[in-house]
Design a protein around this ligand. Structure first.
Ligand SMILES: Cc1cc2nc3c(=O)[nH]c(=O)nc-3n(C[C@H](O)[C@H](O)[C@H](O)COP(=O)(O)O)c2cc1C
Length: 314
């Protein structure tokens, strides 16, 4: 087989990525930590920690523990808040020549709208990723992300304020059928979907009975969640995203180049790396390099050739 010239470029909504590898929200702050290890322009995009209107301290420690095949976290959306983020973190990140996607969280609809509108007004921000797995305090404590009506209406309202940046909605896996919430997000105006966020979990000290996290419950991530994430990416790609041409940013346990190939084949256009950064902070650029070689080996000229490509013949 002749080896093709591989072009790793993909587009997520209107975001041009030089390769399909991004960071996952919350696992590398605002980029400074990773910039100590490598040139961030080796990534396809950087996704920041969730930003809220006001600064947040998050939960008291312990807020992160290791599990047998991953991690359980309940950070509590600790972040510097919108003003400081725009004033200090955006200029620092913009120096790195990598598309910036800002993850947005809120406790109320108004908070999402205010934060999203302010970010849309900052031209150095390429994308806004809505984290809809937070409690909706004003409307009775449910998560926007698990109620299709609430989600659709939130995304519709945000869409009216976000006209420049690409709007991505990050789906929660804590639902019966993720195709239902995916459809709601797309009908509301999402241009891309990212999935999955963490799976709700619990860890208890077997001898004292005390929960190991101060918040009691947490979100599971890492290798343990990869098959769940792959299944959900496949389902969303088949039922909602594929037919409408909506790109998927797949995440959940991505660590090795084979994981990237699996996510592409399940239906993702790009992937994001979260927990694996705690094992090796250089995972992102190593995956980009490894993907080029893997695609050459497969005789593919582009990661796009693999999107959704599973062999289901009996
Ligand atoms: C320590 C930690 C903090 C996280 N913080 C956020 C966050 O602020 N916003 C968000 O949308 N997702 C957050 N996530 C979820 C990740 O972005 C990702 O969806 C999830 O961890 C699955 O990917 P992974 O297995 O590669 O970590 C966090 C995950 C971890 C482990």
């Amino acid at each position: 087989m002749t080896r093709p010239n591989v072009d790793l470029c993909v587009t997520l909504g209107r975001i041009a990525m030089r390769n399909p590898i991004a960071t996952a929200s919350g696992c590398s702050g605002y980029g400074e930590e990773l910039a100590r290890f490598y040139d961030l322009s080796r990534l396809g995009a950087i996704v920041t920690k969730s930003i809220t209107l006001e600064p947040r301290e998050g939960h008291l420690p312990p807020r992160l523990i290791e599990t047998r095949a991953g991690m359980l976290n309940a950070i509590g959306l600790a972040n510097v808040g919108l003003d400081l983020f725009l004033r200090e973190k955006v200029p620092a990140l913009a120096a790195h020549n990598v598309p910036i996607i800002v993850n947005v969280a809120g406790s109320t609809r108004d908070e999402y709208l205010q934060v999203a509108a302010a970010l849309d007004a900052e031209p150095r921000i390429a994308g806004i990723e809505l984290n809809v797995s937070c409690p909706n305090v004003k409307e009775g404590g449910i998560e926007f992300g698990i109620d299709p009506q609430a989600l659709r209406s939130l995304v519709e309202a945000v869409r009216k304020r976000v006209t420049r940046a690409t709007l991505i909605v990050k789906l929660s896996p804590n639902v019966t059928d993720i195709a239902v919430t995916a459809r709601a997000a797309v009908e509301g105006g999402a241009e891309a979907l990212s999935l999955i966020n963490t799976l709700r979990g619990l860890a208890v000290d077997p001898w004292t009975g005390r929960p190991l996290l101060t918040n009691v419950t947490g979100g599971l991530s890492g290798p343990a969640v990869k098959p769940v994430a792959l299944y959900m990416v496949r389902r969303v790609w088949q039922e909602v995203a594929g037919p409408r041409g909506i790109p998927i940013l797949g995440l959940g346990g991505v660590q090795f180049v084979e994981d990237v190939l699996e996510f592409l084949r399940a239906g993702a256009t790009a992937v994001a790396v979260g927990t694996a950064n705690f094992v090796d902070p250089e995972t992102g650029p190593k995956l980009a390099d490894g993907l080029k070689q893997a695609l050459e080996k497969l005789g593919c000229g582009s990661p796009r050739d693999l999107v959704g490509a599973m062999d289901l013949a009996k």
